[in-house]
Write a protein that binds this ligand. Structure first.
Ligand SMILES: CC[C@H](C(=O)O)C(=O)SCCNC(=O)CCNC(=O)[C@H](O)C(C)(C)COP(=O)(O)OP(=O)(O)OC[C@H]1O[C@@H](n2cnc3c(N)ncnc32)[C@H](O)[C@@H]1OP(=O)(O)O
Ligand SMILES: [Co+2]
Length: 133
């Protein structure tokens, strides 16, 4: 398992993209709107992992609610898994609370599932499996 990306909740997508481009010395390799999560996302390569910036596109978005409560900042840690269904079964059996019954389509060509922060010491965890072409 490796850290696939670190998700950061931001209020202003353009400003945040410019700031992280300066910080990392590189432009994002991808920008993608994900309607199902009501977010705009951008991705930066950082070594063998990534930074994902997330801006809410609607008030009901998880990112909007997070920023309202906690302000901008680190939102989640995503782990890359080979078989997301098997990992979901394993975590369920270990007593972790999953936030979706089946994998759902995420950004950057992934199937994703989330683990409730209450099950993970206050950290929102995302599992990601690459969708093979
Ligand atoms: C586009 C896909 C992309 C990808 O990589 O593919 C993404 O990463 S999308 C990311 C945005 N989508 C999600 O986060 C979906 C999963 N999240 C959720 O279902 C909710 O955000 C949830 C359940 C984690 C929290 O929901 P909500 O904010 O409505 O509930 P509460 O405010 O009552 O929160 C409950 C409890 O959890 C704490 N909390 C909330 N968010 C986080 C967080 N990101 N990290 C840590 N803790 C979090 C919140 O403070 C509450 O704790 P309490 O002690 O009761 O205050
Ligand atoms: Co993510």
């Amino acid at each position: 398992m490796k850290v696939e990306h670190i998700g950061i909740a931001v209020k202003n997508f353009q400003d945040a993209n410019q700031l992280f481009a300066k910080l990392l010395g590189a432009e994002p390799y991808k920008e993608e709107k994900v309607e199902s999560e009501a977010v705009n996302t951008s991705f930066f390569h950082v070594g063998n992992t990534k930074i994902e910036l997330l801006e809410a596109t609607a008030d009901h978005s998880a990112i909007a609610r997070f920023i309202e409560k906690k302000g901008e900042g680190i939102h989640h840690i995503a782990f890359e898994v080979e078989d997301i269904v098997a990992e979901m079964e394993r975590l369920k059996a270990e007593g972790f609370q999953l936030l979706n019954e089946t994998p759902k389509r995420g950004a950057d060509n992934k199937l994703v599932c989330f683990v409730h922060p209450k099950s993970a010491n206050g950290v929102l965890v995302e599992l990601c499996q690459e969708i093979k072409k």
